[in-house]
Write a protein that binds this ligand. Structure first.
Ligand code: HEM
Length: 493
């Protein structure tokens, strides 16, 4: 008989069990309590010296270095106090996926509505109504989809081909600032594609830039009292677009005409309709023209210049001509550019966006949440710092090098031995991912293809100035250039 069946031993079992249960209870309670406390704690706030200003100045001066330091010290989630406001920043791709996957909990729509009311002067009664959520925004979404956008892209290709011919011939052989040549042209061609030829594409260009230039300061909470150019720019655009909607504009895209009809049927006047479309204009022009500029400027500064892109395009033209004997490519520009396979250009566009964007998708926390081990309350704001992923050395080899071939090879992007699917997030993510990405991709492709079909470009050998990024425009999308590059264009035979 084993000792376990001895009566004394049997008697001691409840005692031992009770003691063990007690110890277990204390251990579990302590561990669970600790874990629970950890889950319930708030994200750490980056230390700062000046109370209200917080980390605002440091953040504005060099955002990349600031986020890098904060990540090393605090991990993947930290809060930053700047100009009286506390916002939590997330720098890891897996946590960003978690945010994008749950739009109920981490929502953008509310922020979009508030931005339209506060920054574009739209009435709250309209933006918060079913008209916006059930008709206007879904209509816009439909027309910006990959199939819905085709007629707009067709108009864009016609416009940008014409403008390249006209504006290029004015400066042929003459040293020209790249900014003055490229930016207004992309702006005008996009405006014509969406709003038709009667829209104030030329007159609204400078007011738009005045408005856009300091937009990041408005986002940071700087009172508009101090931002005269910004306020004046918006007022001028509002007048121009009011006049435009008062006048004939039958050649505008269906996106514009359909939503205008809805607004008029609810008694909104040309002033409000203009303001509504200025918010679309802002999305349309805030990033893509700068991206077109950088696509040229960054490639021109490489030793091989624009030659590899030009060769790829020349080959595509030759193939098209072989397949369509006797046809003039100028009569089939849209068809050519939308079917041409250009892997180097496609990769160069992606690399340009990886390299030049400071994209910080914002989400409002809709219900108490836990993310990365921290607790968030309803109405907290979380920002995904996508640039931290774009420049993570483990995910992207030599991230500080601009490499137009980066996205060409069938390579996987990973970290800690795991595949990182969302390695490049210049369009944001989830249900609020940029609606205009189909247009923007096609717009950049067409602009570059037509530019290089028509011209050879080189940096003016006499000029030494080179553009850098306006880094302090954190979150403003594709960064503006500070300074410029002078180029010489020569028409190709
Ligand atoms: C290179 C060009 C562009 C970049 C880098 C860009 C980037 C972005 C980003 C990061 C967002 C926020 C996404 C998020 O919160 O997850 C966004 C939203 C948006 N973009 Fe773009 N964008 C570009 C061009 C365009 C164009 C050309 C249009 C219009 C034709 C456009 C229309 C919009 C709209 C309507 C939204 C709001 C989407 C929503 O609320 O669901 N974008 N964009």
């Amino acid at each position: 008989m084993s000792s376990a069946l001895q009566p004394e031993a049997l008697l001691s079992y409840p005692t031992i069990s009770a003691a063990l249960a007690g110890v277990l209870f204390i251990v579990v309670k302590t561990l669970y309590g600790k874990r629970n406390r950890a889950l319930k704690s708030r994200a750490p706030i980056v230390s700062h010296l000046i109370p209200w200003v917080g980390s605002g100045l440091e953040l504005g001066k060099d955002p990349d270095a600031f986020f890098d330091r904060a990540r090393r010290k605090y991990g993947d989630v930290f809060a930053v106090k700047a100009f009286g406001r506390v916002v939590t920043y997330v720098v890891s791709p897996s946590l960003m996926s978690e945010i994008y996957r749950d739009p109920q909990k981490y929502e953008f729509e509310h922020i979009r509505i508030i931005m339209n009311i506060e920054y574009f002067g739209l009435p709250a009664s309209l933006m918060k109504s079913d008209i916006t959520s059930e008709i206007l925004h879904p209509t816009q979404h439909k027309y910006l989809s990959s199939t819905g956008i085709v007629p707009v892209v067709e108009s864009y290709t016609t416009a940008v081909w014409e403008l390249l011919g006209r504006e290029g011939s004015k400066v042929e052989g003459v040293s020209t600032p790249l900014l003055d040549f490229a930016l207004p042209m992309i702006y005008q061609a996009s405006a014509y594609a969406f709003f038709g030829r009667s829209c104030p594409a030329v007159d609204s260009y400078q007011p738009f830039r005045d408005f856009d230039e300091t937009f990041h300061l408005v986002l940071a909470g700087v009172p508009r009292l101090f931002l005269r150019k910004h306020v004046k720019g918006l007022a001028t655009m509002q007048n121009l677009f009011k006049e435009y909607f008062d006048g004939p504009h039958d050649d505008a895209s269906d996106l514009v005409l359909d939503n205008e009809r809805v607004l008029r049927s609810h008694d909104y006047d040309s002033g409000i309709i203009g303001a509504f479309f200025i918010s679309l204009l802002f999305a349309l022009m805030g990033n893509a023209p700068n991206a077109g500029y950088w696509l040229i400027a960054l490639n021109l500064q490489r030793a091989e210049g624009l030659r590899p892109l030009t060769c790829e395009i020349d080959e595509a033209v030759a193939t098209w001509k072989q397949q369509n004997p006797g046809q003039n490519i100028e009569d089939h520009l849209h068809e050519f550019v939308s079917t041409a396979k250009l892997p180097l250009l496609t990769s160069a566009i992606q690399e340009t966006l990886r390299y030049t964007t400071s994209v910080t998708p914002f989400r409002r926390v809709n219900e108490p949440a836990e993310l990365g081990g921290y607790h968030f309350d309803t109405d907290d704001e979380i920002v995904c710092v996508t640039r931290a992923v774009h420049f993570d050395e483990e995910i992207h080899e030599n991230p500080w090098e601009y490499d137009p071939r980066r996205y060409m090879a069938e390579k996987r992007f990973g970290k800690n031995g795991k595949n990182v699917v969302n390695h490049s997030m210049f369009w944001g993510g989830g249900v609020s991912m940029c609606e205009g990405r189909h247009f923007a991709n096609k717009e950049l492709k067409a602009f570059m293809v037509f530019l290089l079909m028509r011209y050879n470009l080189e940096i003016d050998p006499e000029s030494t100035e080179r553009p850098t990024f306006v880094m302090e425009r954190i979150g403003a999308g594709v960064m503006d250039p500070r300074g410029d590059l002078r180029v010489i264009l020569r028409a190709r035979k």
